[in-house]
Design a protein around this ligand. Sequence first.
Ligand code: MF3
Ligand code: CO
Ligand code: CO
Length: 277
Amino acid sequence: MVSYIDAATAPLKNTGQIRLYGPDDFEGMRRASQVTAACLDGVTDLVKPGVTTQEIDDYVYEFGKKHGAVPATLHYRGFMKSCCTSINHVVCHGIPGPKPLKEGDIVNIDVTFVLDGWHGDSSRMYGVGKLKRASERLIEVTHESLMRGIEAAKPGNTTGDIGYAIQSYVEAERCSVVRDFCGHGVGKLFHDMPNILHYGQPGEGIELKPGMIFTIEPMVNLGKPHVKVLKDGWTAVTRDKSLTAQFEHSIGITPDGCDIFTTSPKGLFNPLHPETQ
Ligand code: MF3
Ligand code: CO
Ligand code: CO
């Protein structure tokens, strides 16, 4: 049976209980998350043909330094970079390096900054120059699937309602949902309970309560849902080499819905439609 615990009195480790955070905690999450979102805004102009993913990583590190925030991924379980950069058929956890971006690439950039102990975790898609129609459609479907998941994130609903909202939409669009990675509790810890699956059935899973803080971060493939992890131990790719996309927000459940902590200050969250969150 799942149990819930007041985050103020809970030990700072994953005990299997679900932390319920208070209003001050939500403010802390918003501050950390807004540094992450501003950084992802700042990256937008950098993403051009010829730029290496290492240059993007350097930008993220420096941005954090300027704002008193530390990248949570740096030294995390042996990961040695300040962000993940996942290009084309890379599903997630791509490692920044000397490879330059090229015209037509689509890239997910995933940043988590820690500020005053709070983890703001978000990722977006970026297009390099002019994109193919199929790439644009995949980005559109993936963004919409996240927004539908967020719509289902409210008290009384369950984690299964979120998964169902995402999966039913994605599959109706003839795309597939990656099963091997999920959203997660976030806040004082980077990866906490509960797991937020991006597939499922209505009413399944854990009941959502005000004060819960977690990410939703669907990975959507144009082909089959299956992935494999490369020999570097991190880079996850689609088995069929099909194109894949991901968007991620950190959110907190409120009495009547949820707060999105990682909204873009400049309205750049969806690259195809500036002015969206
Ligand atoms: N930010 C990723 C997430 O959304 C986790 C990256 S862990 C890393 O949960 F080690 F690969 F960086
Ligand atoms: Co995450
Ligand atoms: Co992330």
